[in-house]
Write a protein that binds this ligand. Structure first.
Ligand code: FAD
Length: 472
């Protein structure tokens, strides 16, 4: 159901995933939307461009709910090529594979190519008469027109010429309000900091990533089980692979920057893979693997924390511009999509008075954003180290057992974050920590009973308890 057209105009900065969804959303709410994007239209891009990153994303409940919220039919169209993954597949050094389901009831996270999803959203925008999209324009400055109700004035330059080129004039536009969705290195955020006392922190983790591809096998068959997110956890570094609908997998290598700097010739890369990921060499193909380490761009992983996110009812930042996070919980985009839904709920609550809605958004959303940024950072250890340990298996088994017994009163943290859309991140993490402590208590309790009952009995008691849990 679309809303009545309103007089207000909104500028959205950045036509990435979150900016595109925000544009569709504000157009549906009846606003006149202009979407500005620094880059050229990706649909016109040379697909042989070697610098293109083909990141795969896991879309989960929060993202899907937000897409549905904006437009159910659009959501079905843009998600038509997702590949559902119901479990992690852990690959050990010997090439053995072990499946660890994400949920007890066959819940899935869903793999999709980021570029493909972006193009699908742009195609949806093309079908909407209330959205004007301008490619190749870079936001360079933001100001507020004090004479006209503090309306924002946004200044752009063409991306085709240098900023100081005299033939590259600055163009300015005035809007009723601005939504900055221009990514982790947001210019909107930078400009906003000149007008508000924004707390801001940026943190790089010492991990880089390189994209690799596992091509389809014979007759476009998958070389690995496509219902899984595959990981090769190796403590300080790891390899991951997520399925595409065409039979290939997009794989990502994560490791410390110094390690990558050191893998500076074919011999070293081959030796490293033979030692650590022997089964992956044939899957990727030796030449492709060596090419990737030589030529593919190495990506940095950054977390940004800021607060507040708005200037009155005139400007607000969402998506990575407000909360970039490391990708280890698969929530960056999902959280950005959720921003759109949460903000819209507040606009509706405040009868579209942006000042009240933006203010409440900043006040209430911050704790959830900080919670998920920190959780994503912690999850790198789980994926690259703990998932391999017996302790992880035992904890997960107890967690699942209590979930089975107690139902909604006990939800594993991963379930609350990835398969539920009604529990705020901060609440999920608060409950998750409490449950973590209870599981630790159970383990200590069992061990203590064992000690009290004497060493002889403790071993059999502990192992029968563990067996009981594993069987259940
Ligand atoms: P972006 O995608 O960065 O888009 C910002 C847009 O703004 C860009 O198009 C940019 O060109 C434009 N722009 C920038 N500056 C300007 C300017 N000055 N003027 C005009 N336009 C400008 N998330 C998940 O939910 N699940 C996952 O499984 C997942 N996996 C990931 C794996 C990796 C390796 C990485 C790196 C990220 C992953 N993420 C994942 C995170 C996800 O990619 C991001 O959270 C998401 O893309 C953010 O979208 P965005 O629109 O906010 O920002």
């Amino acid at each position: 159901n679309s809303y009545e057209p309103r007089e207000e105009s909104v500028a959205i900065i950045g036509a990435g995933l979150v900016g595109c969804l925000a544009a569709l959303n504000f157009a549906k709410l009846g606003y006149y939307v202009t979407l500005f994007e620094l880059r050229d239209d990706p649909r016109l891009r040379d697909t042989t461009d070697k610098n293109l990153r083909s990141i795969n994303l896991a879309v989960s409940e929060r993202g899907i709910k937000s897409l549905n919220y904006v437009d159910l039919e659009m959501s079905l169209r843009v998600l038509s090529k997702i590949v559902p993954m119901r479990a992690r597949m852990v690959h050990d050094l010997e090439g053995n594979q072990k499946s660890i389901p994400y949920g007890l009831h066959g819940e899935t996270i869903n793999s999709i190519d980021r570029g493909f999803l972006n193009v699908e959203l742009l195609n949806e925008i093309d079908m909407n008469n209330n959205i004007q999209i301008l490619f190749g324009l870079k936001l360079v400055k933001l100001d507020f027109n004090k004479k006209n109700n503090d309306n924002p004035i946004v200044y752009f330059q063409s991306n085709k010429k240098k900023d100081d080129d005299i033939s590259n004039p600055i163009q300015s536009y005035e809007f009723d309000f601005v939504v900055g969705a221009d990514g982790a290195y947001s210019q909107t955020r930078f400009q906003l900091q000149k007008f508000i006392r924004m707390n801001f922190e940026q943190e790089y983790i010492d991990t880089a990533y390189i994209e690799l591809v596992i091509p389809p096998g014979k007759k476009n068959s998958y070389q690995l089980d496509p219902q899984h997110l595959h990981i090769w956890p190796r403590e300080n570094f790891m390899l991951m692979a997520m399925p595409n609908h065409d039979g290939s997998f997009t794989s990502t290598f994560f490791g410390p920057w110094d390690l990558l700097k050191n893998l500076n010739n074919d011999e070293k890369v081959l030796g490293f893979f033979q030692t650590n990921f022997p089964d992956s060499i044939n899957l990727i193909g030796l030449q492709k693997l060596l090419y990737a380490f030589k030529y593919h761009p190495k990506g940095a992983l950054v977390c940004t924390f800021c607060d507040p996110y708005n200037y009155k009812g005139k400007c607000i930042i969402i998506g990575d511009a407000a909360h970039s996070m490391v990708p280890f919980y698969g929530q960056g985009m999902n959280c950005g999509f959720e921003d759109v839904r949460v903000l819209t709920d507040l606009l509706k609550k405040h009868n579209f008075t942006t000042e009240l809605a933006f203010q409440e958004y900043s006040e209430t959303r911050n704790k959830d954003l900080i919670a998920i940024i920190n959780l994503a950072k912690e999850n790198y250890k789980e994926m690259s180290q703990r998932v391999n340990t017996q302790q992880f298996q035992i904890r997960k088994t107890i967690d699942n057992l209590l979930y089975r017994i107690l139902g909604d009163k006990w939800l594993p943290l991963y379930t609350m974050v990835s398969f539920r859309n009604d529990i705020p991140y901060s609440e999920a993490i608060r409950r998750g920590r409490k449950q973590y402590n209870i599981i630790t208590g159970i383990q200590i309790g069992v061990a203590t009973v064992g000690i009290l009952a004497g060493y002889k009995y403790s071993r059999s008691l502990f192992s029968s308890f563990t067996n009981m849990i594993i069987k259940s």
